[in-house]
Design a protein around this ligand. Structure first.
Ligand code: HEC
Length: 168
């Protein structure tokens, strides 16, 4: 970290105060809702979950992360904003957090996505993501989940698992 503590601290402090004020209504809403007492259970089980809970729950509950219809692009902005707010993790940890959030929470428009976002959201090798994008561009886009399943090397089970989060 090369940022100066002097410029970061007041911002983090001000955000912390703002959040403390917001904690009450959030908590109240949840006390009467379906998520009661299940804060840690809302994130899907997958590698990186424990890390996300550890790093992202320092300032607010992980219930702020789900449910969410944020796209990969929006998540990238949100994660950037959390870093600015003072969220701390090593480069390796940020990589794992990013992979967890993109692979388990992010929505993706498969007709507009970059290969990088395809890689993260589909949780596939870079080579497979590049192949998907090349196939899409050659075909003139995807219309259905079945179209996606035709891409060589793409696991149809992964497509089904992602069906709620893919848009066309
Ligand atoms: C240093 C404190 C801090 C940490 C650590 C932190 N956040 Fe936040 N987060 C905040 C604050 C403050 C807000 C409220 C800001 C706002 O709503 O503008 C917030 C809001 C959010 C929101 C709601 C944003 C919105 O637009 O509704 C999401 C999602 C979120 N955080 C995700 C994360 C994730 C993911 C992590 C872990 C990588 C994380 N946060 C770690 C301080 C933090």
């Amino acid at each position: 970290m090369t940022m100066t503590a002097g410029s970061l601290f007041p911002a983090a402090f001000a955000l912390g105060v703002a959040l403390a004020g917001a904690a009450l209504p959030l908590g109240t809403a949840h006390a009467g809702g379906a998520a009661r007492g299940a804060q840690a259970a809302v994130l899907p089980d997958a590698p990186g979950k424990a890390l996300v809970e550890q790093v992202c729950a320092t300032c607010h509950g992980v219930d702020l992360l789900v449910p969410s219809t944020r796209t990969a692009t929006q998540w990238r902005d949100t994660i950037g904003a959390m870093k600015t707010a003072g969220a701390k993790a090593s480069d390796e940890e940020w990589k794992a957090i990013n992979e967890y959030i993109m692979g388990n929470l992010a929505y993706l428009n498969v007709n507009k996505a970059t290969a990088e976002d395809v890689r993260l959201v589909f949780s596939v090798a870079d080579k497979v993501a590049q192949a998907l994008v090349a196939y899409r561009d050659k075909q003139g886009g995807f219309k259905t989940l079945d179209d996606l399943k035709q891409v060589p090397d793409v696991d149809p089970k992964r497509v089904d698992a992602l069906k709620e989060r893919l848009t066309f």
